[in-house]
Write a protein of this length. Structure first.
Lengths: 251, 289
């Protein structure tokens, strides 16, 4: 099995508070890995550390290693711009830019200096198609993205992330602000994308993890309790904590 | 019982608020009405376009053309200097908080600059632009002085408009590999643009009506010609009002003229405010913000 990201002894702190405690596991390539666990267990902090989104916060600090292609992305000189081109992210609430649909998807390419209209057009179309939102928006790509429904906006955000051709896509509870039908559409998109991309999705919804995940990592109080194939974790977890969580002892 | 009490409370509060609103509105309408009644007599095309002159008895003749031109010139030029600088300053304050030292120095300067009385700006402008830099009493000196007055307004408006753009949008840009300036200029600023423009127009209204900063830097009460260049003195609407009601030989004959100028100024402000509203409406309607 191939691994896309190797996480070694990852610890993360906000100020004095330790949010992640010695996380070590490898994220399989071209598969959906779901990060599950109760609120406040460090799921979001974990994936936001993978694309170094938490660097925005001054009191944030991480130690350990996250290896992408043989290089530790946590090392000081690692270029953030290229990291974020290789590791895309979709957020909890749809956050399109207050721009047209076209500009939303083209943005990632434009900021990296791609101006060729043909390349832009093709990437915008193929990304929108891959995110299964093309059919609904194709009539008017100049429409402001804010005019779309929540589910469409979130798929637009997926398209926007796809446009820069990342290897890994991180999703931070992407369906928690979205209705069940739109959730189903997004899950279908993710399943299809997992053939070509490494997908890491944070979810507090076990059913969702069961539906789409190939692998599950269970976090509890900043620690990785258990990691393995989804069916195995769901049917016969080794750890008592995992079992308790899955059976709803706490949530 | 309880519900009825709350309903009564609701009515009382609504009553108080309405009364206050009516008082405010009446006061404002009153001011405008008085000015219009006293000044509308002098308004005509000649008044707006021709040169100013006084007859033998000190009764103003002709119009306020040079003052209108002068006010437009110094306001426009003042904005030309202050808007680009102010917008960049506002962007810095909103997006580059992590540059701690520069941030706090700038924050403090802006707050202090905003609190400086306009007559002090006038003195500063005289000392620096008129005398030290040798621009003399001129349109240039006055516009530069006004631009310093407008600068903190533009900075603060831009900063607030930028801050109002949700953080999630910035994160979206960063997550695509955008650098901070790219997120600031390509995403956050466009989203804040209509609010920034509102602020710019408010700043222009503010400096168009200022008297003290232009007093020692280039405005003059009486000019028999239109200025030919930025190094010349100019007439300005607010200063002319002051001149007509205080230093004119025949004050009772000049006063209607002053009210006429006030009408022009008020109309100017109204036009600018309406254009702000239209701009916002247009921005909202357009597909791309």
């Amino acid at each position: 099995m191939e691994f896309s990201l190797k996480i070694e002894n990852l610890c993360a702190y906000f100020g004095e508070k330790k949010i992640l405690d010695s996380i070590t596991f490898d994220i399989p390539s071209k598969a959906v890995t779901a990060i599950v666990g109760p609120s406040g267990c460090g799921k979001s902090t974990f994936i936001r550390t993978i694309n170094r989104m938490n660097d925005r916060f001054e009191n944030f600090r991480a130690s350990g290693k996250i290896i992408l292609d043989g290089e530790n992305i946590l090392s000081k000189g690692y270029p953030l711009e290229s990291l974020r081109m290789r590791v895309g992210m979709v957020f909890q609430r749809p956050n399109p830019f207050p721009k047209s649909i076209y500009e939303n998807v083209a943005f990632g390419l434009k900021i990296h200096g791609i101006k060729n209209k043909k390349v832009l057009d093709e990437t915008v179309y193929s990304s929108l198609k891959a995110a299964a939102v093309y059919e609904q928006v194709k009539d008017d790509l100049s429409l402001n993205a804010y005019k779309l429904s929540g589910g469409q906006q979130q798929r637009l955000c997926i398209a926007r992330a796809l446009a820069v051709k990342p290897e890994v896509i991180l999703l931070d509870e992407p369906t928690s602000a979205i209705d069940p039908i739109a959730t189903k559409q997004i899950e279908e998109v993710l399943e299809r994308l997992s053939k070509d991309y490494t997908i890491v999705i944070v979810t507090h919804n076990i059913q969702q993890a069961a539906r789409i995940a190939d692998y599950i990592a269970f976090f509890y109080l900043g620690k990785l309790i258990e990691f393995g194939k989804a069916e195995k974790i769901l049917t016969s977890p080794k750890e008592k904590l995992t079992n308790d969580y899955l059976t709803g002892v706490y949530s | 019982m309880y519900l009825r009490k709350r309903l009564r409370m609701q009515k009382i509060v609504f009553f108080i608020v309405s009364v206050l609103a009516i008082v405010t509105l009446t006061a404002m309408m009153g001011i405008i009405l008085i000015i219009f009644v006293k000044g509308i007599g002098v308004i005509n095309w000649r008044f707006l376009t021709s040169l100013t002159s006084f007859d033998f008895y000190g009764v103003p003749q002709g119009g306020i053309g040079p003052a209108i031109v002068g006010t437009f010139l110094v306001t426009g030029l003042g904005l030309l200097f202050s808007v680009p600088l102010g917008i960049l300053g506002g962007i810095f304050l909103s997006e580059y908080k992590t540059k701690r030292r520069l941030f706090s120095i700038m924050r403090m300067s802006v707050a202090n600059l905003a609190g400086v009385p306009s007559v002090v700006h006038g003195l500063f402008g005289m000392a620096v632009f008129t005398v030290f830099l040798g621009f003399g009493l001129s349109i240039l000196s006055a516009s530069l002085t006004l631009s310093i007055l407008a600068l903190p307004i533009v900075i603060m408006v831009t900063e607030n408009a930028m801050k109002n753009v949700p953080n999630s949008v910035r994160e979206a840009a960063f997550a695509l590999g955008a650098k901070r300036w790219q997120s600031a200029l390509l995403v956050v600023f466009p989203a804040a643009f209509s609010k920034v423009m509102t602020g710019v127009i408010l700043a222009s209204v503010r400096i168009a009506g200022e008297t003290a900063p232009i007093l020692f830097t280039g405005a003059t009460l009486y000019l028999t010609y239109y200025p030919h260049g930025f190094n010349e003195q100019f007439m300005a609407l607010p200063y002319m009002i002051w001149g007509l009601v205080t230093t004119s030989i025949n004050i009772s004959a000049s006063t209607p003229f002053a009210y006429g100028i006030a009408i022009v100024l008020i109309t100017l402000v109204a036009v600018m405010n309406i254009s702000v509203m239209l701009l916002r409406l247009k921005m909202r309607k357009r597909a791309v913000l």
